[in-house]
Design a protein around this ligand. Structure first.
Ligand code: PLP
Length: 469
């Protein structure tokens, strides 16, 4: 037997791994008061040399679990930094299964390929994006680049072969679009300098009139518009660009509309927030990260397009080692990535096991938590809020303590103090030159009590550190 099987240790290792996973899940059920940080012994072991001879799988699994326990886990209910996730239990089980079979979706994988298609159809139905086709990708970045590559080929047919030939082209998004949009422009030969920053309104949403002005002046100057990227949930404040009004600008001008919904798009399925996403069905493509607000473990993003022909136009190709049968497209003829694991399984299994309604309910709960924090902070004499209620689940707040002279520095230090304290994990954000605490709620384990604790901890530590700077 190969030394690379677990042999007699297989069943004990599986049982032990299951016990470790169960322990982790129990540990995520409630917040812990103190975060475990890596001990010096653990750090020393993480500098050990490459092992040449076999170790003990049980002991090594324990060591791995210790390392993970001393890591920042987004699955914990009071992880409110950046845009977190949840490591949904059934999603983790699906990953174990998928990785055990190690199926590759670069080509037709029979059952798994059909399963991915069904998961794409379910996701499209969940979001309200009809007639979609698409694929699962490694993240919002790749979903955006995939869609924008198709947009470039539609706007400049043949550019995948010839390059840009010096033809000037431009893309359009609000100044608050995610950097992956700019990165796509860099990689696709459009150029970062040709990404137009469209003005935003008081709620930080793209201004469609300004968009129309930019596109029209580019067209008049002989510059080809490649695509407009509407952000459905900006990373900074959770603003949702007005998709319908943006589609009104794109359609008559024949410009591709991509919706970057990496963070926020699942909220299109929640009744409270659905109206914000009106017009989504008019987009040419969208990207959504199921590993953010659909709670499944990383990495699980999806790119959906209205017309499969657009993907084939930019990605189809011939390789001698991948023959086409009966002119059928292979998966790699419509995807940017080649080897692809079965990322769809975790979303598919989660939807089967929990049902779509459970996801809508969990998203609604996060939206309510955002409103709760906004209300509590607004009513608190030491906290400042934004002028408008949060559109989604990001709630920037500022600790404004009388006697504290440099409020920006104070909030920056407060964030650090909270991260060090360990009860609540929060990240800062700079909005219009001012530093804010920027909690974001995307975890089904978070409770209203966790939200209250976040504000209490911020007030408590804020008062303590103010005297120190
Ligand atoms: C709006 C938006 N787009 C794209 C991305 C990039 O997604 P990923 O990190 O999955 O590549 C993010 C990440 O936070 C995001 O918020």
């Amino acid at each position: 037997m190969s030394p690379l099987t677990l042999g007699d240790q297989r069943d004990p290792a599986l049982e032990h791994a299951a016990a470790l996973v169960a322990r982790a899940w129990r540990g995520f059920d409630e917040a812990r008061e103190i975060e475990t940080v890596p001990s010096s012994e653990l750090l020393a072991r993480l500098r050990e040399e490459l092992p040449e001879s076999p170790g003990d799988v049980i002991a090594d699994l324990d060591f791995a679990a210790d390392v993970l326990d001393a890591s920042l886990a987004q699955a914990r209910p009071r992880y409110f930094a950046y845009i977190g996730s949840s490591g949904l239990e059934v999603g983790a089980l699906a990953d174990l299964l998928a990785h055990s079979y190690d199926i590759n979706l670069a080509l037709d994988a029979r059952g798994a390929t059909q399963l991915e298609r069904q998961a794409i159809d379910w996701l499209a139905a969940f979001l309200g994006f009809p007639a979609a086709t698409g694929s699962f990708t490694s993240g919002g970045t790749i979903s955006n680049i995939t869609a924008l590559a198709a947009a470039r080929e539609r706007a400049l047919p043949g550019s995948r072969s010839t390059g840009m030939l010096g033809r000037p082209a431009a893309m359009y998004c609000s100044a608050e679009a995610h950097y992956s949009v700019t990165r796509a422009a860099e990689l696709l030969g459009i150029g970062r300098d040709n990404v137009r920053d469209i003005a935003i309104d008081s709620r930080r949403r793209m201004d469609p009139m300004d968009l129309a002005r930019h596109i029209d002046s580019d067209i008049a100057a002989g510059i080809t518009p490649i695509a407009v990227v509407a952000t459905a949930g900006t990373t900074l404040t959770g603003a949702v660009d007005p998709i319908g009004a943006i589609a009104d600008v794109c359609e008559p001008r024949g410009v591709w509309l991509h919706v970057d919904g990496a963070y926020g798009l699942p909220a299109a399925a929640a009744p409270t927030s659905a109206p914000l996403f009106a017009g989504l069905e008019r987009a040419d493509s969208l990207g959504v990260d199921a590993h953010k607000w659909m709670f499944v473990p990383k990495a699980c993003s999806a790119v959906l397009v209205r017309d499969k022909a657009n993907l084939a136009a930019v990605f189809s190709h011939n390789e001698d080692y991948i023959p086409h049968e009966d002119d059928e497209l292979n998966a790699v003829d419509v995807t940017l990535e080649y080897s692809r694991p079965l990322r769809a399984l975790k979303l598919w299994l989660a939807l089967r096991v929990h049902g779509a309604q459970a996801f809508r309910t969990a998203i609604e709960a996060n939206l309510a938590q955002a409103r709760l924090l906004y209300g509590l902070a607004e009513a608190h004499p030491e906290f400042q809020t934004r002028d408008h209620e949060p559109q989604l689940s990001i709630v920037p707040i500022r600790h404004v303590l009388p006697g504290c002279h440099d409020i920006d520095r104070h909030n920056e230090y407060l964030c650090r103090a909270m991260q060090h304290d360990g009860r609540v994990y929060i990240s800062p954000a700079v909005i219009d030159g001012r530093t804010w605490l920027r909690p974001c709620f995307t975890n089904f384990r978070t409770t209203s009590d966790d939200v209250r604790v976040a504000l209490l901890v911020a007030a408590e530590l804020g008062s303590t550190i103010c005297s120190e700077h």
